[in-house]
Design a protein around this ligand. Sequence first.
Ligand code: ACO
Length: 380
Amino acid sequence: MSSVSGLENVIAAQTKLSHVDGQAGELIIAGYPLEELAPNATYEQSLYLLWNGVLPNPQQLNELKENLRQHLDLPEITRYVLKEAARAKLPPMDALRMAISTLAVVDLQPQSDSLEANRNRAILIVAKAPVIVGNYWRLRQGQEMLAPNPELGQAGQFLYLVHGKEPDPEFVRALDTYWSTVIDHGLNASTFTARVITSTLSDIFSAITGAIGALKGPLHGGAPGPALDMVFEIGTPEQAEPHLRQKLVDGARLMGFGHRIYKVRDPRADVLAAAAERLFERAGDRSLYDLARSVEQTALKLLEEFKPGRHLETNVEFYTALVLHGIGLKPDLFSAVFAVGRMGGWIAHVFEQLEHNRLIRPQSEYVGPTGRTWSNSSAV
Ligand code: ACO
């Protein structure tokens, strides 16, 4: 494989948003260790931090919430697209990708590329994203869309729409922790996509739509559903070893393990494991949590046996699956819930890219044939 494969170790941007230290297993979000931020911050606080570089005071937080509250309603075209997507039984990530691009119709200043116009676009995208995914889930279950409840924050709104009832505050706390955990993570594939699109001076709707497409794949944001399926298939701690061994013998990848940057345990896994444990403890049934812990230990042991020296450790997706299951969400929804949380980070990167923009345009190394000559017979 070529040394440039996957752009490993290539630094392609400078950022003040987050720092991933793959050797130490540390993640810093705008100066805060993840372990301090995620269990305490609401998603709105994390959003403000990334967009402004500092945490908000109470007045600034209220202004942000008010701003978001004013943009909850979905335009007619978005509702239509969601209904058609549900009729075609498309996955929530496809519906989200299609719906985000329709939001250009409610852009207040479509001709402007001013900072203010982009800030307005950012607010309307973030405000509507949980409403899009929550209501799409309802449509997929054969239910009617619900009007968003302006009293609720981002996490509460999403849970209200999915479950159709007042959200449980513990579930809201867990989702705030999850979204604050995944809001940003260096120059991952989807964030890079958003920055590349922005660097051409395209628009923010295109950047976010492209990023959703990049996140969808199973090597990036598509892993938590399969990770949970794997735990359910295993069923009991005794089955973990034969089941996982067979997978590795068959050459399959274990979902929720391995990472391009982390060569030690992903720090997000610990934050989310603690959130998951709280949820399962409170529900009075730890069995799935304990099973997942035991599957994790077996997987790590077998990965070291099958891929010695590769340092394949638990990544964020394994415990994402448990947290999202713990708050009553189905695996089909997991990637789209991830996308809604990561959206705040993508948008922060769009702004950062615009601030010091230069077209991102790497080179390729030509390895094809040379010296061919044209003859009429070769065109037949
Ligand atoms: N299970 C089994 N083997 C693995 C795994 C895994 N989860 N991950 C990597 N490997 C193996 C590869 O087969 C390869 O082995 P080889 O050299 O013998 O062929 C070696 O480890 C290196 O793998 P690469 O694909 O080169 O590593 P890369 O850095 O490109 O991959 C990735 C990182 C895509 C996350 C990979 O570890 C993987 O596929 N994991 C499973 C999917 C997953 O959990 N994705 C979520 C990632 S977190 C996120 O994006 C939010």
